[in-house]
Ligand binder design. Structure first.
Ligand SMILES: Nc1ncnc2c1ncn2[C@@H]1O[C@H](COP(=O)(O)OP(=O)(O)O)[C@@H](O)[C@H]1O
Ligand SMILES: [Mg+2]
Length: 317
């Protein structure tokens, strides 16, 4: 028996969220924000926290600095039930994102810090002995992991570990990832519509699917925001599942990560891909009923209740 269903490997940082800012920052001036929240950020961390809340046994594999942000990251994950023993402390400071909210719009500024330095050597060999599944996210924010992607995928294959990958957006928009070599080693590829098109250099979803289909290891799910998601299997069969529409969206921050946490939690239980997709659509929708990426995921019981009361659905977890 392996100790963990899922090892989440990837980025860790802190979000410093500023609200009620009087006007845009200007060089040489000082301005006030009315409100500040300092919280666990990063897409892989939101994924891990929510998968743990959904009942999966999750460990996090990452790198932080020897600083108070690193401690905040670890204690926040532990509070969510994520095992942090594979989080290393190194000499590069823990990164942070300053999120400046202006009503509906926001400006983000990120210092990547330790997450950009982490590479294959920082992954404890025991991770590959103790997990059944690896989830990788935000590759383009982590140049060390991007460089070593094949080392990770090959070791996973050797140990019989399934892999899910959500590349997320490339802030530099270079999309420097050879999907023809990477995707065959990935069990579930989880991009959103825009990312899939950018990665494949196409301008419509059909052409993008056509490009990746010959290389799919097993399956892909394309996340389409409030429209829902499209499951594409290796054999070319497809099923589109409309979103469980939430009429009172609090915010959609982390909806994609929450989708991933539901999909992968169902996948590691061995459920059919269609059931994993439905679970993902549900957890994506549940995400929009609470603040930020983890607000709605207090426990599996709470998530079950939201599914029943808001969406008249039963979650397969
Ligand atoms: N407003 C919404 N109401 C209900 N479900 C939603 C809503 N927005 C997103 N979702 C669900 O969450 C999933 C992931 O969201 P999406 O925004 O596509 O991901 P990403 O954050 O990766 O772009 C969608 O496929 C959908 O099922
Ligand atoms: Mg996403």
């Amino acid at each position: 028996m392996k100790q963990y269903h899922i090892a989440a490997i990837g980025e860790l940082n802190v979000d410093i969220i500023l609200n009620g800012i009087e006007s845009e920052p200007e060089i040489g001036k000082e301005k006030f924000a009315r409100d500040m929240t300092v919280t666990l950020g990063s897409s892989t961390a939101i994924f891990a926290a929510n998968a743990a809340a959904l009942g999966s046994k999750v460990c996090f594999v990452g790198l932080v600095g020897r600083d108070s942000f690193g401690e905040l990251v670890c204690s926040s994950l532990e509070a969510k039930g994520v095992d942090t023993r594979f989080i290393k402390k190194g000499n590069t400071p823990t990164g942070a994102t300053v999120c400046m909210n202006y009503g509906e719009d926001r400006a983000n500024l990120t210092y990547q810090g330790a997450m950009d330095v982490m590479d294959f050597e920082d992954i404890h060999p025991e991770v590959f002995e103790q997990c059944s599944h690896i989830h990788l996210s935000s590759l383009f924010m982590q140049s060390g992991l991007l460089k070593d992607i094949h080392k990770i995928l090959d070791m996973a294959a050797l140990k019989g570990i399934t892999v899910s990958l959500d590349t997320q957006w490339d802030p530099l928009e270079k999309w420097n990832l050879d999907y023809t070599a990477v995707l065959p080693k990935v069990s579930v590829f989880l991009p959103n519509e825009k990312e899939l098109q950018a990665l494949t250099g196409t301008s419509d979803l059909e052409s993008a699917i056509g490009k990746v289909l010959p290389y799919l290891g097993n399956a892909m799910v394309v996340k389409c925001g409030s429209k829902g998601s499209l499951l594409v299997k290796k054999d070319g069969s497809r099923s589109f599942l409309p979103a469980f529409l939430n009429k009172n969206v609090v915010d959609a921050i982390g909806a994609g990560d929450s989708f991933n946490s539901g999909f992968v939690s169902a996948f590691v239980k061995g459920l059919p891909l269609e059931d994993c997709q439905k679970t993902g659509n549900l957890t994506g929708a549940v995400n929009t009923t609470g603040a930020g990426g983890t607000g709605a995921f207090t426990s599996l019981e709470a998530v079950r209740r939201i599914c029943k009361e808001k969406f008249q659905e039963t979650i397969a977890l």
